[in-house]
Design a protein around this ligand. Sequence first.
Ligand code: GYE
Length: 306
Amino acid sequence: GGGDGDGAGGGTDDGKITLGFSQVGAESGWRTANTKSIQDSAKQAGIDLKFSDAQQKQENQIKAIRSFIQQKVDIIAFSPVVESGWDTVLKEAKDAGIPVILTDRAVDSTDTTLYKTFIGSDFVEEGKKAGDWLVNQYTTTTDPVNIVELQGTTGSAPANDRKKGFGDVIATDPKFKIIASQTGEFTRAKGKEVMEAFLKANPDIDVLYAHNDDMGLGAIEAIEGAGKKPGTDIKIITVDAVHDGMQALADGKINFIVECSPLLGPQLMDLVQKVHAGETVEPRVITKETTFTQEQAKAVLPERQY
Ligand code: GYE
């Protein structure tokens, strides 16, 4: 039984590693694929997974982490909804001797001893790839290019970094103008709502940069609703490359997608086992990713796993 202070993780003695995982929520197609990857790979690796959904709220994640500490899990992994405000709870885990692995998103804690490793994408790089594509589309004109931006969850690492990477690249030419930028919370519904407002306020939008496919898909509905043609009247760049996004890309409604892989489960379980065995692991594990044009999307769609 648990709670007897014998140091055996998870409160059971079946020899299995117990992993407490606090997920952000179920806000996007990416997140759904990520959750499935984590659940499937834990099963495959024989790891006992305690999974908790925070519904996009930091306070729920902090509660879940505290509960994992109380249950004496062997390892805690989590995908921090926002970057800041984690030091106290991470210190509690450290004091309890429970190693923490950051998954998908980073924290801004300066004390890097609060976690063992961070596995996930380089979001600044993703933003740069989006910007590079745009710059290459407009090499032959000096006319202004009016851009609207749908940002991810306010304060989250992917929203901060995708904005920065993109902004840095387009800042090299003043013709690129971000005329409106607002959060769409990484969801379809909010992406649609904010795009509707953008369209009402700005008659002259050339480009939409959405920090994920779901917001882009919501925005497509808004653009069609306003009697415009997504992908033609307004060029659309998104990030993720989940199935519905790739379908819209193949259909010509999105123009370019920067891939961000949600399939972090197998690598995460590998890190969990190594950390549990006391092996040293790389402090940063970066996911390999590519980009897709409309032609490339048509070619790879049949083999996509998510
Ligand atoms: O791009 C978005 C999701 O943190 C990389 O979160 C993840 C992001 C992903 O909601 O769709």
